[in-house]
Write a protein that binds this ligand. Structure first.
Ligand SMILES: Cc1cc2nc3c(=O)[nH]c(=O)nc-3n(C[C@H](O)[C@H](O)[C@H](O)COP(=O)(O)OP(=O)(O)OC[C@H]3O[C@@H](n4cnc5c(N)ncnc54)[C@H](O)[C@@H]3O)c2cc1C
Length: 390
């Protein structure tokens, strides 16, 4: 696969997405939505199904286009160039829903959910983090227990940073399902309707990727049928395998694709700005320090792109790729921060003005070394996978 052109269908896809963005997601709209942390379900998300892109993570037998991870990652990248409000609704359906259920769902869950995901009808939220649990997800304290007749699952606990639950149809809730079982064998992922009785939601105000409200979701005696355990009855106490499996590999890629898109947009804006802004009688792009900064940013961007798409290609081929996906997540997120900061400096004070997008890119990019498995967690994963002695 060394040095091939991008497949033509993906280039065509990018072109049509760019046209869509220019028409449906102008910069002013994204800025306005960012201010109020608005999830554009009707304005954008409802159009994704008819475009065929939510089917890119669903097999044809369930009504999808067939799984094409490279194409789906390209969608995230293109959408993220304009903003989280464009990319994230896609991720909450095609990745959180499509890949996760396609990989880990029971037969009944695949038949129920995947056709609707392919049609772009469902939004999923993730309830993994908790007030006392961040990277150490195996320590979640939200409990899931079976009712006396075994027909229902009853969930209690608090999920933190639960993004877009107010706009979602379903919540994936990671629960401790057996207090006595060993670590990693005591977790279940439960699919809970997002508006279930017993769920109360409090907004957490924050500064980055404001495409929806992020919340504390408190679950008090929330009841769902036992069939809602992800993977069905076989999924009971098997949640860790689902979290750490192939769906996680792709989750790292989708997060990296967002970071790449944001960094790309920052370089584009700074590149253009530097040729228009004049100081000392010439465009600032003519000053060597600024030229070098822009070229360095573009070079780093190219490295990020190679890392990401190589890992995406491995995942698409079904090859083992947890090292490469962790490396891509680590490198693109950390380098993305460097790139955007360089671009902000090129734009000087205007790189911090709210009428320009650069200040949003800066606010957004800083969360990528944290979310989707922090950079340190990726370093830990890579060291462990490569069996570095402890
Ligand atoms: C805007 C936003 C949206 C989010 N949306 C969601 C969501 O929808 N659903 C959800 O479940 N969560 C969500 N999160 C939470 C996110 O997944 C967590 O922030 C992330 O998992 C890290 O957890 P933490 O912030 O509690 O950091 P911690 O785990 O407390 O880590 C803090 C620092 O310590 C380091 N550290 C921790 N353990 C180790 C270790 N073993 N070795 C080396 N370093 C370590 C970390 O790298 C980090 O730098 C969101 C977060 C943000 C900011």
């Amino acid at each position: 696969m060394y040095f091939q052109d991008e497949p033509e269908h993906i280039t065509m896809l990018r072109n049509s997405l760019q046209r869509f963005i220019e028409k449906e997601a102008p910069r002013e709209k994204i800025r306005a939505w960012d201010k109020i942390a608005y999830f554009p379900r009707t304005e954008l998300f409802d159009k994704y199904g008819p475009m065929g892109i939510t089917g890119l993570t669903v097999e044809e037998k369930y009504g999808g286009a067939g799984i094409d991870i490279v194409a789906a990652i390209a969608v995230v990248e293109e959408f993220a160039k304009r903003g989280g409000a464009v990319a994230a609704p896609y991720i909450h359906c095609a990745f959180y829903g499509g890949l996760n259920i396609g990989e880990n769902g029971s037969q009944a869950q695949k038949q129920e959910f995947l056709p609707k995901i392919a049609r772009g009808e469902l939004v999923f939220a993730y309830g993994l983090s908790e007030p006392d649990v961040g990277g150490d997800l195996a320590s979640v304290m939200t409990t899931a227990r079976l009712s006396a007749d075994g027909a229902k699952v009853i969930v209690n606990g608090t999920k933190r940073w639960c993004t877009a639950i107010k706009d979602a149809d379903w919540l994936f809730c990671l629960c401790k399902s057996d207090a006595d079982a060993p670590r990693y064998q005591n977790l279940s992922m439960v699919l809970i309707p997002a508006k279930s009785p017993g769920i109360t939601v409090h907004t957490i105000d924050h500064s980055c990727i404001r495409y929806a409200q992020t919340t504390d979701a408190i679950l008090e005696n929330v009841e769902v049928p036992v069939e809602n355990v992800l993977g069905g009855t076989e999924g009971w106490n098997n949640g860790w395998k689902m979290l750490a499996g192939r769906a996680l590999d792709v989750e790292k890629l989708e997060t990296a694709a967002c970071a790449l898109g944001i960094a790309w947009a920052a370089v584009d804006d700074a590149w253009e700005y530097a040729q228009e802004r004049k100081q000392f009688g010439k465009p600032i792009s003519a000053h060597q320090a600024v030229r070098h900064a822009l070229v360095e940013a573009k070079t780093k961007l190219q490295a990020c792109r190679h890392m990401l798409y190589h890992a995406a290609w491995l995942a698409n081929e079904g090859r083992p790729c947890s090292v490469e996906t962790s490396m891509a997540k680590l490198f693109v997120a950390d380098t993305g921060v460097e790139i955007v900061m360089m671009c902000q400096r090129v734009m000087g004070a205007y790189g911090l003005a709210v009428d320009y997008d650069m200040e949003r890119y800066l606010r957004d990019i800083v969360c990528f070394p944290i979310v989707g498995g922090s950079s340190n967690m990726q370093r830990n994963n890579i060291a462990a996978r490569l069996r570095l002695a402890t």
